[in-house]
Design a protein. Structure first.
Length: 178
């Protein structure tokens, strides 16, 4: 079987769950043109599949009657869309001036020590990944880390080390952040 045949088969196996399909239909109904629902549909896809593989982006294009190229362009432009498997917990560490002045470099060091990964790397167990970001828009609570969709603010090395250990043990960010 050729690679092209495998790729086309992979695309036909991709589908939203009934709940996500219902959410997709409700989203599309808000717009005059299906294509206007591209970003919310990409979010739905990322929530379900974890990241936007080429096959998932082709599927989104079919749902929205759009050329795959346009879906790829949008997903590539916006940094909030993951184009590869980033594991269970995506750690986005702000490295803008406020966070750096307040100790974000120490947070990068904790990640290196505790998880053994650097920027844009994923742990072998696919539990954690690291992505440095320019600004998370929370300068008054620096340093800040976004873990998946949750902000964890006013961190220092020891708080962050404890947080990583709790996540590794299976505790949810919301429980740790409270």
């Amino acid at each position: 079987m050729s690679d092209e045949t495998k790729k086309s088969e992979d695309v036909t196996k991709i589908a939203f769950t009934p709940e996500r399909q219902k959410a997709f239909e409700a989203t599309v109904a808000k717009y005059e043109r299906k294509a206007s629902a591209l970003l919310p549909t990409l979010y739905l896809a990322q929530e379900q599949f974890g990241f936007l593989s080429p096959q998932v982006m082709v599927h989104v294009g079919k749902l929205l009657d759009m050329p795959p190229r346009e879906v790829f362009e949008a997903a590539s432009f916006y940094t909030m869309f993951r184009k590869k498997d980033m594991g269970q917990y995506l750690l986005q560490v702000c490295q803008n001036v406020s966070c750096c002045m307040m100790g974000s470099d120490d947070l990068f060091q904790v990640i290196k020590e505790e998880l053994g990964i650097g920027p844009d790397e994923v742990t072998a167990d696919k539990k954690f990944s690291l992505q440095p970001v320019q600004c998370l828009g929370s300068c008054d609570t620096a340093p800040v880390v976004q873990i998946n969709d949750d902000y964890v603010e006013r961190l220092d090395a020891e708080k962050f080390r404890a947080l990583i250990k709790k996540l590794a043990a299976g505790e949810k960010v919301a429980e740790v952040n409270s």
